[in-house]
Design a protein around this ligand. Sequence first.
Ligand code: UDP
Ligand code: MG
Length: 329
Amino acid sequence: MPHAQALPVRRADDALISCVIPAYNEAAHLADFLRDLRATLASFAVHYEIIVVNDGSADKTEEVMASLLGETGLRYLSLSRNFGKEAALSAGIDKARGDAVILMDGDYQHPLSLLSEMVELWKSGIDMVYGVISDRSNESRLKRWGTGMFYHLMESGSPITIPRNAGDFRLMDRKVVNALRQLPERNRFMKGLYAWVGFSTIALPFVPADRATGVSSFSYRSLSRLAMAGVTAFTTLPLRIWSGIGVVISILALLYAFWIATDWLLFGSDVPGWTTLAAGLMFFSGIQLISIGVLGEYLGRVYDEVKKRPLYIIARDVDNGPANGIPGD
Ligand code: UDP
Ligand code: MG
């Protein structure tokens, strides 16, 4: 069993800090990044471990890692295929032994210079320190609009407030990690889960750097899929919206029926029916199909949950144990 779980958490200078790096096709800069990360950690942490989770990369990640595998302080998990960032993070979190666990992207977008501040804040007693993107001006309009819509929906539909513009870049105390690990769901919408578990938190603003090499794995399509996962996991608002729409439409239909009947009784108008009928039929079929789609979205999630498949499968686990040194050495 991981030793840190058996020991009381130490927020002292000699605490063990775990750093989880999910890596999907990051081979071009991974070795450099890990070297820089190690130097950063060694400058302020006595005990640390770096957990690289290879999320089924299709590039040379395996080869790059092969040359580093002997290094102490490095743990290498290779998943059996690409499970997605949320699953890769879960794998790393499950294996982390630290008193504090840092999650960080492996593409230099999350500044290494923030790590020591995160750890200081943690030592001062804060359970979770999360990075907040303070400037999104380099993102496209569409992406910012979509993000805004997403948070708006989440805020109106969920009792849990998910901090805006916070990502996975964060430090968590052992308590938070243990709480996260207790959550049984398959749908790991991490941004929501971090907020759901609670504890004392603090935001640390940062401006993400440009990706070192390559492009983001998150296309508009995968972002909208992620947003859908978040919405279905944390709010039933989309389901309730349809009840509202149904009520409004029923009232309108009743008024319209009343009007047609009056028109016919009082003025004997022959109802010029088929245009109205055709339009009404198509409109209501559309409405019904959309509402069934929303229902199906939730039902699909339920299906995923009851199957209880593991979140990820580890194909390879190389564990060299934590590095123990004196900072500055
Ligand atoms: N990532 C992963 N699995 C995936 C996609 C991404 O582990 O299926 C990792 C990736 O290697 C990086 C982090 O998640 O460390 C963020 O991914 P990316 O930079 O592509 O996304 P963005 O920075 O645009 O959010
Ligand atoms: Mg990135």
